[in-house]
Design a protein around this ligand. Structure first.
Ligand SMILES: Nc1ncnc2c1ncn2[C@@H]1O[C@H](COP(=O)(O)OP(=O)(O)OP(=O)(O)O)[C@@H](O)[C@H]1O
Ligand SMILES: [Mg+2]
Length: 472
């Protein structure tokens, strides 16, 4: 087998054994490492096993011709540079050879001195191809490692998620992202879009839980003027806005059945209609959908169409709850203290605080962790986060529960207003500042929640990027 010290590693294929040997010998004298084959069918296995820079192949051979051979070997090593030798130099053969990926072709008979410059140039091309491949790999890695899309974690479940993203990002396949609130579903949607060839087109987000059915339909598909009261002009839907890009449909389980049927139709053949229009439109949009609900149960309960579920559930990415991957908490803490640093000096956590952060159950998952760390940076005296800077629910963790009848926090007043304020703040924090979900959990409307927040002077930290358009 060739050694790397050579000028270049050549695989020479010619069914005329004498010619092949002579060529190998004279090329070896010029400093090339050569490997000669008179059986063209042995070439593909040789490329698979060896590490060749160039393929120098005769055109007319029994069993397989030089052009087919080149195609085969390029599939094994796309960086291989091929040169075809031919006795019958017609324009047609030259064109064929080039079309199949040959770098050049040589007319037989030839003198070695004519061929050497071609071989040297071919080797240069080889080096460029290899270098390009290395850079492409690097770019891919960089996109993944750039903070915007960084999915932190080394837990096997998260590693699986990252592998799956790498595998499916560049396809147009519909992806369903599942996992509890705050586990990174939107982050995954961004990574899928950002690592696809659609990344230069828009990524548009719509949250089905924030809009009423009719509004949701016109947001998604657009409407014509006069389609409904208040539709005083035509408006394109998000499928049009996202043309060529990705549409992220969040909380897809909240979609009404009628609309589910329309979504199924776009997923199947790309067709849809604006509200109030009979004109068929076609969408070139990749769909990523997310849900934190057990869709199987929604299907059983008749709230979610089974056919849509099957259509969405082809490629599914499951995000684990943070408490099921506690080993990632220290890395996530370091990540958020670095990427969401408040002030000039980076913060650290002392060992007790880190222990408490690792022991807590995180019902709001990664979003809750990020918000707790943001708050802790604001509260900390120096640049070290201690137990004092963490919410009580976290530092209480591991303490025995209070005996029945005993107040949970003896030093806190128990009047209804204080309790309500505390409860609202706590629920909001648990949902990482997500008001839609906090309102749902509290069993009140969003408007009521806003009123309470105002009344109690609570702001509800919220790291969620807003929907593309304000909900009306
Ligand atoms: N593995 C992770 N590495 C780094 N940051 C993460 C990770 N997972 C989540 N985050 C961050 O946590 C926050 C919440 O993530 P995201 O909004 O993607 O969650 P979600 O699953 O969509 O939540 P919800 O169901 O409430 O919409 C974001 O700021 C996100 O950047
Ligand atoms: Mg989300």
């Amino acid at each position: 087998m060739p050694t790397p010290s050579a000028r270049g590693r050549l695989l020479v294929v010619d069914d005329e054994v004498e010619l092949m040997r002579a060529l190998c010998e004279s090329l070896a004298e010029q400093g090339f490492q050569t490997h000669g084959l008179s059986d063209p069918l042995a070439a593909a296995p040789a490329v698979r096993d060896g590490d060749f820079d160039l393929l120098l192949s005769d055109l007319m051979m029994p069993g397989i011709d030089g052009i087919q051979l080149l195609r085969q070997t390029l599939e094994i090593d796309p960086n291989l540079v091929g040169i075809i030798m031919t006795g019958q130099g017609t324009i047609q053969t030259a064109v064929e050879a080039m079309k199949s990926g040959a770098f050049d072709y040589i007319l037989k008979p030839f003198r070695l001195q004519q061929v050497l410059p071609i071989l040297d140039r071919a080797l240069q091309v080889r080096r460029l191809r290899v270098e390009n491949q290395r850079l492409r790999g690097l770019v891919r890695q960089l996109t993944f490692e750039s903070p915007r899309y960084q999915i932190v974690g080394n837990n096997p479940a998260i590693r699986k998620v990252i592998q799956l993203i790498e595998k499916v990002a560049d396809s147009d396949a519909t992806v369903l992202v599942r996992g509890p609130s705050g586990t990174g579903k939107e982050l995954v949607a961004r990574a899928l879009h950002g690592n696809s060839r659609r990344r230069h087109a828009p990524l548009v987000t719509i949250n089905c839980a924030t809009l009423q059915d009719t509004l949701l339909e016109s947001e998604l598909f657009g409407h014509e003027k006069g389609a409904f009261t208040g539709a005083d002009r035509a408006k394109p839907g998000l499928f049009e806005v996202a043309e060529g890009g990705t549409l992220f449909i969040d909380e897809v389980a909240e979609m009404a059945p009628g609309l589910q049927a329309k979504l199924l139709r776009v997923l199947e053949d790309g067709h849809y209609r604006r509200v109030g229009s009979i004109q068929e439109r076609h969408a070139d949009v990749r769909i990523v959908a997310a849900t934190n609900k057990p869709l199987e149960d929604e299907v059983k309960a008749g709230r979610f169409r089974e056919d849509l579920f099957f259509r969405l559930n082809v490629i599914t990415i499951h995000l684990p709850a943070l408490k099921d991957r506690r080993d990632d908490i220290p890395a996530l803490v370091a990540h958020f203290l670095r990427t969401r640093q408040i002030g000039k000096t980076p913060f650290q956590t002392d060992p007790d605080a880190l222990r408490a952060l690792c022991a807590y159950d995180w019902p709001g998952n990664v979003r809750e962790l990020a918000n707790v760390l943001e708050r802790a940076q604001l509260l900390a005296e120096g640049t070290t986060i201690t137990l004092d800077d963490l919410p009580e629910v976290i530092t209480d963790h591991g303490k025995p529960p209070p005996a029945p009848g005993e107040p949970e926090h003896p030093d806190r007043p128990d009047d209804l207003e204080t309790v309500q304020r505390r409860h609202v703040a706590e629920v909001l924090r648990r949902y990482g500042g997500n008001k839609v979900q906090a309102a749902k959990a509290l069993g009140i409307s969003r408007r009521t929640l806003y009123r309470l927040l105002q009344k109690y002077g609570l702001t509800g930290a919220d790291d969620r990027p807003g929907d593309t358009r304000p909900a009306s």
